[in-house]
Design a protein around this ligand. Structure first.
Ligand code: NAP
Length: 308
């Protein structure tokens, strides 16, 4: 089968760090065009607007949308309307309703829509899921604390409404938690801390439970300097499980069970090829729904102004 002719929209940090090497290593894809106001890729035909690209390059089969979430819907609507398969970076959109609209459009056009959650493909996530499925879970503690100045320098969009603030990394934790826990969870209380000069939170403290009253506590914080934490700890009848380093490393009762090299974006592109070939979509909105619930139910606290 000939490769899927792919275009990328929004050539920035994640495209250079992850999408380009993963696409180059996957024979199912051939990058043939980009659309970005400033960014280009060496040797690839480039445009500054998606509509010009779609008109000029009819051979495009699929489009990866990698701009900030507040600007994704318009581009996705244009690509799906033109009959292209669409890969959405995480989070899939700025609202739940706009992504639902895209799902309907993809269905009516007979093309695939992929709401990607890269952290679900971290190497130890499946092992954690099968461990948790084999025992009784008594509590879960999520600690996702990183230094925003290090990871998101000069990203203004992330502090604007719809940019999600600390939920931009926090939603990665939620994408793992919603995948590895056997039952659906829901928010019972939250406190969101907003810098007084920003429209998105710098920290969030979240409490969830499930139908069996399993307590799940999540702490997201962007003010962490020194050691960074991306850990999920579960106390179970079979002992303590620690899924550390963003899903890369699994220990049970202190014994290392899994620590493989990271393959998140290569796995995402394998999955995208799979759904395109199968003629299906993969859109799980659970992580985004929990973030929306936090904005709906959370207490709002104003904290010290944040300056880069
Ligand atoms: P970024 O570099 O700040 O933005 C990506 C590109 O989007 C920019 O280079 C810009 O390209 C375009 N863009 C920016 N503002 C825009 C606007 N107002 N309208 C249209 N296009 C705009 O961000 P990123 O770090 O790559 O993140 C992009 C997405 O990937 C986010 O949803 C993020 O959550 C996700 N992601 C990021 C990482 C990471 O490590 N950075 C990891 C996983 C997922 P032009 O100026 O050329 O148009």
């Amino acid at each position: 089968m000939s490769p899927i002719n792919l275009a990328i929209v929004g050539v920035g940090k994640i495209v250079r760090d992850q999408h380009l090497p993963s696409i180059a290593a996957n024979p199912d894809f051939k990058l043939i065009a980009t659309a970005s106001r400033h960014g280009t890729v060496d040797g690839i035909e480039s445009f500054t607007a998606i509509e010009d690209m779609l008109k000029a390059v009819p051979a495009i089969d699929a489009v990866s949308l990698c701009m900030p979430p507040q600007y994704r819907y318009e581009a996705a609507h244009k690509a799906l309307s033109a009959g292209k398969h669409v890969f959405l970076e995480k989070p899939p959109g700025a609202t739940l309703s706009e992504v639902a609209d895209l799902e309907d459009l993809a269905k009516s056009k007979g093309v695939s829509l992929f709401a990607s959650w890269h952290s679900r493909y971290a190497p130890a996530v499946e092992a954690a899921k099968s461990f948790l499925g084999s025992t009784k879970i008594n509590s879960v503690h999520v600690i996702w604390k990183e230094d925003v100045r290090h990871w998101h320098p000069n990203q203004e969009w992330i502090w604007q409404a719809g940019g999600l603030g600390v939920f931009d990394p926090g939603i990665n934790a939620l994408s793992i938690v919603t995948h590895i826990l056997p039952k659906a969870i829901f928010l019972t209380g939250a406190t969101l801390e907003f810098p007084e000069n920003r429209d998105a939170p710098i920290a969030a403290d979240l409490h969830f439970k499930n139908a069996d009253d399993l307590p799940i506590h999540a702490e997201f914080d962007w003010r962490q300097t020194g050691k960074q934490s991306w850990d999920i700890v579960a106390e179970t009848d079979a002992g303590q499980m620690v899924l550390a380093d963003g899903g890369a490393k699994l220990t049970i009762n202190g014994e290392l069970k899994s620590s493989e090299p990271e393959q998140e974006y290569p796995s995402l592109y394998r999955r995208f090829a799979e759904i395109v070939k199968a003629g299906t979509s993969d859109v799980d909105l659970a992580p985004l729904r929990h973030v929306a619930d936090a904005f709906m139910l959370g207490r709002r606290k104003f904290v010290e102004a944040f300056h880069d």
